[in-house]
Design a protein around this ligand. Sequence first.
Ligand code: SAH
Ligand code: TYD
Length: 401
Amino acid sequence: MKCRICQHEIRPFMSFGRMPIANGFLTPEEFDSEYFFELKPAFCDQCYAFQIEEQPDPEMMFHDHYAFFSRTSKFMQRHFKAYADWVYSNHLKGDDLFVVEIGSNDGIMLENFANRGVRHLGVEPSANVAEEARKHGVETIVCFFGSDTAKGIVEEYGQSDALLAANVMCHIPDLNGIAEGADILLKDDGVLIFEDPYLGAMIKKTSYDQIYDEHVFIFSALSVASIFGRHGFELIDLLPQETHGGSMRYVLARKGVRGASSIVCEIVDAEKAQGLHLPETYEQFRKDCEASKARLIRLLEEEKAAGRRVVGYGATSKSTTILNYCGIGANLIEFISDTTPIKQNKCTPGMHVPVKPYEAFTEDYPDTALLLAWNHQKEIMAKEEAFSSQGGKWISPIPEI
Ligand code: SAH
Ligand code: TYD
């Protein structure tokens, strides 16, 4: 295969096997027509882009019944208010401001700009979540972002002061097209700011569940600098984040227009010390994934043999990789509880574990809960005090089982 960024020849270093669409929750009538592909990660040692070999078409993942609504987590609502406030205070100056967000989902970030009266526009291809954003006063157009969209926005609204994104840049296979779009859309001194799950954290925690259809890339500072550097942008700041199990916020501007913080060199040096630029790091990661899988299966089998009821907590997209890679189905977990209405009373992609409303968990506590939404551990542990204190046991598949 060829690297999506620099066309260098690369080869996958492992396979997670046959995978369905990670957010493709379905009913039994749909089992026969379920789509599968092989999930194989690869690393490019020329431009440092960590990517998956095959990604299903975007329209198969993002559409008018997309299952992920950003607002389900109170913690994320606070996070996006803080993100928006930080952008506003640190990167926006002047009066007639205009901010664009790629992948604005249900408006969780842009509503904070709307509340300040800042001119804004969300670009969001999944019509159902875009509709929710409009209910929160967020102006949204339903389409995929790219250079054509950028041209259309400039014609209708003018150039923007900031182009923002969260947990979407890593979804987009044609990143060169995104960088071109950013170049068209942004004013000369405009900023491109996005955050995504961080490769350094994924390697450290063996959080292989970050790898699924939507995440075509997992970024590092090294790869972001290299990818956007090809299009005249430079990294000027980096802010590590706790969200999604370890993320990074990247701030980019046109080369030479704004000064770069010293943290950029510090983090790039730390990434080299961690070996994120070396193929052998990914060989070790493969071994760590295999060990993690063996341990999780053993633990769940022990629970079963001891006659203990195990229920999954949080039908995350990430868990699609864990369940399918480890072969965990209704044989090992009874059901998964989740607060998202669109996922409830459906089955999980691939392994077809029933998804039940949250109350199914609280009304009849299991012996053990498998914490699939491990990235929300703090929020969930606080919420589930009652379960834990009456002897409920938790298994967290990541970072350490
Ligand atoms: N920013 C939100 C949502 C992340 S989920 C958050 O962090 O919680 C990713 C979102 O990006 C989905 O709503 C999806 O429909 C959208 N998306 C996917 N590809 C896109 C593209 N090329 N342009 C704009 N949005 C896209
Ligand atoms: P999340 O970890 O944000 O993401 P991803 O799908 O990107 O892997 O998904 C959280 C899921 O967990 C979502 O379906 C809602 C569910 N959830 C609960 O059921 N209860 C909770 O208390 C929280 C925080 C999340």
